[in-house]
Write a protein of this length. Structure first.
Length: 339
């Protein structure tokens, strides 16, 4: 009976720990509540935030022209690997292949065209035809790269709309995603003139990418934090204008309480969370900037989306600085300083 009781207590304790995990909204709501108490101002409710995602796939995908091969030309290539690749593309599965698979296929085709042109059984007239095909494929290569990277469903999934942000207790490490995006950018930068990743390495990377929604969750966290800081700044500005905290210019008990909230809640909890969002945001935007550059494609909808993300992060950084300045003004009225 005693053992059963202890197990029950342990189970309830674990439930309590799980239930105490703060969300992004919880963190800011708690801060706003504490500000209201110590500043003697009404709590300002944060503006609601709507989940947003990347542009839709059909907005991002680019058309890739097919090369028409006559049956005779196709049959005369049966001594080459290119013959098998053309057969693969024309199969039922090949026609419905994912953009990432098509991208890898296009790289293999360009390699196969080169190998076939150098094959001892390839005639001179076939070599010219292969050279023409290679030229067409190389022209379309940036589009295939774009479709297989930025515009692929797996990469777009990273920026899918999120309905909750990261809490201060569950901020993830993005090191694996960072490494995968760097690898993808390296492939985009060096293919098809370098060795192509084997099928296992390639599919495993895309499988990992498809399981991420880190970009969307980061953006949601930023937007929740922006709304929370906007509300907090309104409350601090009201307190500064009212000058009720230390009306005589000397430290009061209310001023001490306000300083405690600054040190323990903002500097101790909120600011480290904002700094973590900033670091992850700079990493994500840097990785996607490198990947976009490697594709060599300019796409207006994608550029607008990236500009929105950069603008949201820059605005949050600016609002954080304004928040610190308002605290400085408030504490100056009490003869105190922020740091």
């Amino acid at each position: 009976m005693s053992r059963l009781f202890m197990l029950l207590v342990l189970f309830l304790c674990l439930l309590a720990l799980v239930g105490c995990s703060q969300s992004a909204s919880d963190l800011h709501d708690d801060y706003l509540s504490r500000l209201s108490n110590v500043l003697d101002v009404a709590t300002v409710a944060p503006e609601p935030v709507s989940p947003q995602s990347a542009p839709r796939s059909r907005e991002l995908q680019l058309d890739i022209p097919d090369i028409r091969v006559t049956p005779l030309s196709y049959w005369n290539l049966r001594h080459c690997e290119l013959f098998r690749l053309i057969s693969e593309r024309n199969s039922i599965l090949g026609r419905v292949a994912a953009p990432s698979s098509v991208w890898r296929y296009e790289a293999r085709v360009l390699h196969a065209i080169q190998e076939c042109s150098e094959h001892e059984d390839t005639r001179e007239d076939q070599q010219q035809q292969l050279a023409d095909w290679a030229e067409e494929k190389e022209k379309a290569w940036p589009r295939a790269t774009w479709n297989g990277t930025i515009a692929s469903p797996e990469v777009r999934q990273i920026w899918s709309a999120a309905y909750s942000g990261w809490g201060p207790d569950n901020l993830p490490s993005l090191s694996t995603l960072h490494n995968d995006l760097q690898t993808l950018a390296a492939w985009a930068d060096t293919w098809p003139h370098a060795d192509i990743a084997d099928e296992t390495t390639f599919s495993n990377l895309y499988q990992r990418l498809g399981q991420h929604s880190s970009g969307g969750q980061w953006r949601r966290s930023v937007q929740i934090s922006q709304a929370g800081l906007d509300a907090a700044n309104q409350m601090l500005a009201s307190a500064v204008e009212a000058n009720r905290l230390c009306p005589a210019g000397t430290l009061t008990r209310s001023g001490e309480h306000a300083q405690n909230v600054l040190m323990l809640v903002f500097i101790g909890e909120v600011q480290p969370y904002l700094a973590a969002l900033n670091r992850r945001g700079e990493q994500l935007l840097g990785d996607f900037s490198a990947l976009t550059t490697a594709t060599t494609v300019e796409h207006e909808a994608w550029e607008d989306f990236m500009a929105e993300l950069r603008g949201e992060l820059d605005t949050l950084q600016q609002t954080t600085r304004e928040h610190a300045e308002l605290w400085g003004e408030l504490l100056d009225q009490c003869g105190l300083s922020v740091g």
